[in-house]
Design a protein around this ligand. Structure first.
Ligand SMILES: *Cc1c(COP(=O)(O)O)cnc(C)c1O
Length: 386
């Protein structure tokens, strides 16, 4: 059946569509036009990034990061197994080995207490992932990295407009990667950005993004012709997509606030189920301000997660799970990983269920989902209020 309430519906916020028409009318359809420059300037101004470079996706920004980390065969990078495939793929594409570390039971982020034990003479970098837009313990991660001479790349795909101790996620590591895929908070269909937080990567990032040429220097009049100077690829998005993104970024605070209201509503409505020990609600540590990217619950066991998901779906509410741990995947196994090695990841990924959440949802929607969950657990609203 088609869902009454999909898991996600990307929002159109007003100026975004008008900007797209303007971009088309201007005739500048390729990348790095006026809207791309505006989007980059907005990212730099809003988040205090040293340099923001628009990319075709967060995947592309992660691939650029792997090149900037100079990863080579035999190198190792520490990351969670509980993440989207792109985080690990960017590392594997350079011939390096993903070294998966278990996650914290509360935030499902890389467990900073386990990182040092995973460092070897081959380790080059730590790539934390801010799951659901809730920050990893970045002070600890940065100090471990500095002590061992490792680079830090934040996979902040889900973390645009989220912060840690007053600093925007994506701007804390040496490099940060954002996603504007339609499933994220701030969208342009397919898109991303690389945040360069250290000047020493700026020049090379620009070259990698321009197919390995020094075209940007040429356009600035710094060289009299441009040529092939490094590795690179086609990482530059069209100005049409950048135009959509400008409209979304301008409305970013409004989008984030609305999602926050919906999450608060879910948390309030579902608290009686949590109080009865039937499920666990998301945890946001004191140092973190979330961007409300996701509302996930942790059920008692794998069987309950599956049954609750089926129950919600047959009631018309698209709930979904997350992720098949990468160390248990065929490629993860080819890197020498096996099931049983990351107990927290394996346990929680089997019990996590994400509820529908998107900008245009109403409070009637959150309440309908909550009611269906009460019905599943055999708890009535009246009992809950008592
Ligand atoms: C969505 C996501 C990505 C990939 O983003 P794209 O823009 O689709 O390439 C990478 N990492 C994480 C953690 C994500 O959630």
């Amino acid at each position: 059946m088609s869902a009454k309430l999909p898991f996600n519906r990307p929002c159109t916020i007003g100026p975004d569509a008008a900007y797209v028409r303007e971009a088309i009318a201007s005739g500048h359809l390729c990348g790095d036009g006026p809207y791309s420059k505006r989007a980059q300037a907005l990212l730099e101004a809003k988040f205090g990034a040293l340099h923001a470079l628009l990319t075709t996706s967060c995947t592309a920004a992660l691939e650029m990061s792997a090149l900037l980390c100079d990863l080579k065969a035999g190198d190792e990078v520490i990351l969670p197994s509980y993440t989207f495939v792109s985080t690990a793929n960017a590392i594997a594409l350079r011939g390096a080995r993903p070294v998966f570390v278990d996650i914290r039971p509360d935030t499902l982020n890389l467990d900073e207490r386990l990182i040092e034990a995973a460092i070897t003479p081959r380790t080059r970098a730590i790539w934390p992932v801010h799951y659901a837009g809730v920050a990893c313990e970045m002070d600890t991660i940065m100090s471990i990295a500095r002590r061992h001479g490792l680079l830090v790349v934040e996979d902040a795909a889900q973390a645009v407009f989220a912060s840690y101790k007053g600093r925007w996620l994506g701007t804390i590591g040496d490099l940060g990667c954002y996603s504007f895929h339609e499933t994220k908070n701030i969208v342009c269909g397919e898109g991303g950005a690389l945040l360069v937080n250290d000047e020493r990567f700026a020049r090379r990032a620009e070259i990698l993004r321009e197919k390995g040429t020094n075209r940007s220097q040429f356009l600035r009049g710094q060289v009299d012709k441009y040529t092939w100077v490094d590795l690179g690829s086609s990482y530059v998005p069209s100005d049409i997509l950048a135009a959509y993104l400008v409209g979304q970024l301008e409305a970013g605070e409004r989008i984030t606030a609305k999602r926050g209201e919906l999450c608060a509503e879910y948390a309030r409505l579902l608290a009686p189920l949590a109080d009865r020990g039937l499920l666990r609600l998301p945890v946001v540590p004191a140092d973190c301000v979330a961007n409300h990217h996701m509302f996930q619950v942790i059920t008692a066991d794998r069987g309950t997660r599956g049954a609750l998901m089926d129950h919600l779906r047959s009631a018309g509410f698209m709930a979904t799970f997350h992720y098949v741990p990468l160390h248990t995947s065929p490629v993860g196994k080819s890197h020498g990983w096996r099931e049983g090695s990351l107990p927290v990841t394996e346990d929680l990924s089997a019990r996590l269920l994400r509820l529908p959440l998107f900008y245009d949802m109403s409070h009637a929607d959150t309440s309908a989902v909550a009611r269906a969950m009460f019905a599943f657990y055999g708890v009535t609203w009246e009992d809950a209020a008592a």
